[in-house]
Structures are given as structure tokens and as C-alpha cells.
Design a binder for this molecule. Sequence first.
Ligand SMILES: [Ca+2]
Length: 403
Amino acid sequence: MLSCTLQVVDSLIGMIKALQRQGKRLAGAMLAVQILLLSPVNADVPPPLTGNFHQTQVAGYLSHPWAVVENPLGGWLITERNGTIVEYTHAGERLEIPLIIDGLYVDGQGGLLDIVLSDDFIESRRVYLSYAIGTAQSNYLAMGTTVLIGDSPQVQTLFKVTTSKDTPVHFGGRLLKMPDGSWLLTSGDGFDYREQAQRKNSHLGKVLRFNTDGTPHSENPFYTPEHTPESYIYTLGHRNPQGMVRDSVTGNIWLNEHGPAGGDEINLLRAGNNYGWPVVTLGEDYSGAQITPFDHYPGMTDPKVNWTPSIAPSSMAIYQEEVFTTLNNHLLVSSLKDRALYAVALDQNPMSAVQIFATINERLRDVIVGRDGAIYLLTDGERARLMRFSPLRDEGVPEHSLR
Ligand SMILES: [Ca+2]
């Protein structure tokens, strides 16, 4: 690690000498070297992962956004909690598309959540969505579809979880399309219903797998021809999973979930596995009370990464591009509470998380990788924005540096 750090210092000094020869301003680069030289060198200091980078704003004035996707034609589609899709076209035009979702429940963490474009989106304008429906006394996580044509597209619900709850929180809600066209949907424990994460007759605290017509996938581990609630279960024992991504190289599916106070996790999903909540956690209750004496339990799968104290992980992407060379084959994890982005090397065992883009100081709601290899981050809250991070190349003085 020491040699690695020294290599970085060497490369920065080399860069400064090159800049000097070109007669360019040195402030940013000098600062970077000073920080490295002044830092105590120890085995815990990771090498910078991103090098120097550009940070620009792509979109602003977003109200409680949850998810962003890139249009294959160019541009962006962003969901807002109140049921609106904000679209930035490839021409830079901003459109606000209010959806009609029967029974949409907007409160707390409930509302319009995730968005996935159909494979033929350019021709069809079809999207798939997750959202909360119902009332304060009885609400559900649901998945549906619509075509983004006309003023107020009507959303058709295709699936809803069988278990209602009376809390406005812990919906989960991340939607992932599998290669066979079926869907994975994360479902949270509803906060007050943690014990249901272990019950196969409840859809709370699960990852569910179903077909586009809303029927359970026939290869599910607890499938029954009667389509009982357990037929839908892909994995169980989750708290509030909000990030889920499939590695297209290995086929692995990675999930992150909020723990209580501590015990945030990244898990590698295997159909039928039980991820422990609330029997096993490395966190404790918000009150400080112990939830369980177990940090391992026979038959339950340990997380690959544990964060204690919590970072509140919100979303996840896999970086498999060459634009940020050293980020290749890393998970990217956005966090709310920690106001930061983390990178986790997939070929590392045990896995560990490294903070990247250290200039970020906002609650992050979503992270995606653009077709241009840049990293796009959606911030959280009432006046949120979409930001683009790209490497700083040949021209100009570094604006930002270090991880
Ligand atoms: Ca767990």
C-alpha cells in the first residue's frame, strides 16, 4: 500500500512537471500533492480510484426524485414522488409528465418510485414503474406499466404485494428486469412488521420474482401451482432493500439494504436464501436496544459488506466501463445519511467500501452509469438535481482531485 501511495505521489509530481513545462496553473495539482504528502502513510489509506474529475449539473428543480434512467436516444427520465416523470429530451427540452396512477399513496417514503424502460422504448415509449398504492391505514407496494404518450398517461397495475401495512415507510421498491423478461422487486419490512421478513406467507421483507402478467415465476424456490404468496418469494429476511443490480458478466445479483442503527448491508442474492433480518443483524434498534443476540445464524446468509454505523444506502450500479479505468468491475453505492458515494471492488474478498468523489456533500438517491461511461448521481429532497461525474483529461487544471 505504501508503494502504491508513493506511485500516486510520483505520478502527481510527474503531472505537475508536465504542467510546468506547459506553463499552466498549478494550484489544484499542488493541493492534491500536498494533501497526499501531509497524510500519514498507513496501510488503511486506499489509492485514489477516480483521479481528477469534472462535476457538472445535468438537471435541477426536481421534487423528491427517486430514480433516473437514460433514454437510449439521449436524455433522461426521472421519477418524482408525487407521480410525475420529468423527461429531459435529447434536444435538452424539459417535459413534465403527470401520470394517472389509481390509488397512488404519497406520504413519507411512499409515492412513485422506480422506473425501467422497455427494450423497445424508442418505438413504444413503454415504461415499467414501482409505486405505493392505498391509504395510510392500508398501503401496498405495486408494479405497473404505461406508455409515455399524451398528456396524462394512465398506469396499469400489473402486480401488487399481497401484504398491506399501515406505515408510510420501508417500501423497498427497486425494480430489476431479468434476462428472461421476468422481474425482481424489492419489498421492505414496513418498519413495524420486521418479523414478517421471516414469514413465507408475507411479502414484506422480501425480494419477489414475477412475470410481466403478475404471475409468480415458475422457477421460484417456494413456487406452488396455486400461486400462494410464497410462490413469489425469491429471497427473504430483508429489512429495507433499495438498491439492486445485475452483473451482466457473471449474472450475479447484488442488493443493498438499510439496517437499523448500524447493520447496513450488501448481499449477494441466491434464490431461496434467507438474509437474516431480524434474527441476524450487526445493527441495533434506534433506541439503542439490542434487536437480536445473533450476528451469524445457521442457515442464514451473511452480508458481503456491513456498514456500522449506518450510511443509509439508497441505490447501486455496476461500473463496467473504461472511462474511469480504476473503477472497472466495482459496485457503486449511493448513500443518503452519509451524503457520499462508495465503490466496492467485486474481485476483492473480503469486500470493502471506499468513498469516491470526495466533493459530494448531498443526500444521494440514485446512481447510474451513462452510456458515455460517466457516473450520474441523483440527489434527494425537495429541490434535487442530477449531476454528472467524468474524468478530467488532457486540458485544464484539475478542479477536484483525490478519490
Ligand atoms: Ca442480513
